[in-house]
Design a protein around this ligand. Sequence first.
Ligand SMILES: NC(=O)c1ccc[n+]([C@@H]2O[C@H](COP(=O)([O-])OP(=O)(O)OC[C@H]3O[C@@H](n4cnc5c(N)ncnc54)[C@H](O)[C@@H]3O)[C@@H](O)[C@H]2O)c1
Length: 251
Amino acid sequence: MSGSLSGRRALVTGGASGIGRAIGIALAREGAAVAIADKAPAEATADLAGRIAAAGGQAFALPQTDVSDERQVLEMMQAATARLHRLDILVNNAGILIEKPLLETTAADFDRLIGVNLRGVFLVGREAIRRMLDTGGGRIINLASELAYLGRERCSIYCASKGGVLSMTRSWAREFAPTIRVNALAPGPTDTAMLGAESTAPETLAKESQNPLGRIARPEEIAEAAVFLAGPGATFMTGQCLSPNGGAAMF
Ligand SMILES: NC(=O)c1ccc[n+]([C@@H]2O[C@H](COP(=O)([O-])OP(=O)(O)OC[C@H]3O[C@@H](n4cnc5c(N)ncnc54)[C@H](O)[C@@H]3O)[C@@H](O)[C@H]2O)c1
């Protein structure tokens, strides 16, 4: 496929579903070869790789990789670069949400959430940066959330993890400029499994749609912002955060 990312090699974590899946499809549509890493079983990642291939794109699956596990990340990065030969684009997308009142939140909840959302971004980012420095450059897109800015009841550890992602993004942008551009996305509520099985219930939609555009996002709308940050239109952007959030938070 030819497009704005023709010839680029990309890795998307948490790419088996939701926003990561939409980003994988959009990067492949633009011509990138895409590695889809996820902790999900092989069928989920293979399904997406097959769909991309059927549409004329290039993709392969790296299933059963937990981004919070250093050994698994090292093995996944080796497998990814063995297939891709180099890495031009990393989308650090894998994330989890634990929604609980603070007073019921356990230390184990904290460790699990920070393990995936922050340690995972650190581990995969560090290994990607090693490879990008070796090959002369790259783009990193880290998934934060509008909740990093807004905060939310029953979600303080999630919000803190996303605030950490924004800080790491800015610091990496400074540390690795001009070779590697590092930016973040801070989406508003998006129609994925993360919103929960109740995401299509009218009361959930009404609550989540309290923004000037009056609705939640489709994963494909977040993916277009990722394509922009990965592509030729974003050459003067680093350390920035794009906020496809329907206007819920304005900067
Ligand atoms: N959906 C939203 O409303 C929303 C809003 C703002 C930000 N985000 C962020 O966008 C990213 C994607 O979220 P989503 O809504 O698509 O969620 P999702 O639950 O639909 O998909 C997350 C994917 O990450 C994978 N994953 C989870 N833990 C993992 C781990 N330890 N290692 C590897 N893969 C793992 C899951 O298997 C799944 O495929 C997350 O970082 C999330 O915090 C989501």
